[in-house]
Design a protein around this ligand. Structure first.
Ligand SMILES: Nc1ncnc2c1ncn2[C@@H]1O[C@H](COP(=O)(O)OP(=O)(O)OP(=O)(O)O)[C@@H](O)[C@H]1O
Ligand SMILES: [Mg+2]
Length: 287
């Protein structure tokens, strides 16, 4: 029986390690002992420089790769050895590029049909009919306020990146997964669309209280939307802020913390965000 602290969390990672062997036979430690417990309904932002291990951590949770050691628990159930196709009812993932999240040659409605089929499992005896699928899709899309519920017959590839990513998040929320994984899901969008998709994402995860891990390089977004913020570096979680410790933290503070923790220069820290915003001294100087 799992301990009660594990059953009361939607997600528990303990001692996760993962090494890759490069084509040049070098060992890369992508995850170096990750311990994490996330309470239900928490929106966690995950930041860190390129190669820090963020996507590998999400893959370990989704089951897209098997870890070398450690355990992954979802709602107290040990899924460490469970393949990704069996985790699909527990975990949803939205990737950076819209074409990876849906079939561009299919309509919105057809993509919803596929997503629903995946969520229901291949052994589901009764599949929803077309009318029901349209009803479910419209019900999911209407609250986004983008008019997509009136375009269910539109071919997905003809939609903008922002529209497709908003649909991807809506589809990912089907069946109320225990954990939603967002891997830089707005990074390929222009700033206005990115802000819109963030807004839509937050609405969906808050309304459905879905435990969410959101990887982003945009520290303003990371701070604006999160209940908790993790910073990763060299396969480890080097900073974990929540509650009072997160209040009033600025992108600049994060860059400074990153520089201090990684022993890196500010130019390394700049990898975390294109625009860290003004320093406190600059703000004071403007007044
Ligand atoms: N399939 C793989 N084979 C070999 N090395 C890999 C593989 N996947 C990831 N790595 C290595 O593992 C480390 C962590 O990679 P990961 O993709 O998790 O980083 P990330 O934090 O998501 O970075 P980014 O911000 O660039 O997306 C990197 O050094 C990367 O090169
Ligand atoms: Mg990544």
């Amino acid at each position: 029986m799992p301990a009660s602290s594990e059953t009361s969390h939607d997600l528990t990672l303990s001692g996760i390690r993962k090494q890759f062997i490069t084509p040049g036979h070098e060992k890369v430690t992508a995850l170096d002992g990750i311990d994490l417990a996330v309470e239900p309904g928490t929106l966690v932002s995950v930041i860190g420089s390129n190669g820090a291990g963020k996507s590998t951590m999400l893959s370990a949770i989704a089951g897209n790769l098997l870890v070398d050691s450690g355990r992954v628990l979802i709602r107290g159930e040990d899924v460490t050895a469970m393949p990704s196709w069996r985790r699909i009812q527990r975990v949803s993932r939205v990737r950076q590029n819209p074409q990876d999240n849906m079939a561009s040659t299919l309509t919105i409605e057809e993509n919803f049909a596929l997503a629903l089929a995946g969520k229901r499992g291949r052994f589901a005896l009764r599949r929803p009919g077309r009318v029901k699928i349209r009803e479910i899709a419209a019900e999911k899309l209407k609250p986004l306020g983008m008019g997509l519920e009136d375009r269910l017959s539109a071919v997905s590839g003809m939609l903008s990146g922002g529209q497709r990513q908003a649909i991807a998040v809506a589809m990912a929320s089907l069946g109320s997964p225990a954990v939603l994984l967002l891997d830089e899901h707005v990074a390929a969008l222009d700033p206005n669309s990115a802000a819109r998709v963030h807004e839509v994402t937050e609405r969906i995860v808050r309304e459905q209280r879905i435990t969410t891990l959101m990887v982003t390089h945009d520290m303003s977004h990371a701070l604006e939307h999160a209940d908790r913020l993790l910073m990763m570096h060299q396969g480890q979680i080097v900073l974990d802020l929540a509650g009072a410790s997160l209040v009033g933290v600025t992108p600049r503070d994060l860059q400074e913390r990153f520089a201090a923790l990684s022993g890196g220069s500010l130019s390394d820290a700049a990898l975390l965000s294109a625009d860290p915003g003004p320093t406190k001294e600059q703000v004071i100087g403007r007044v």
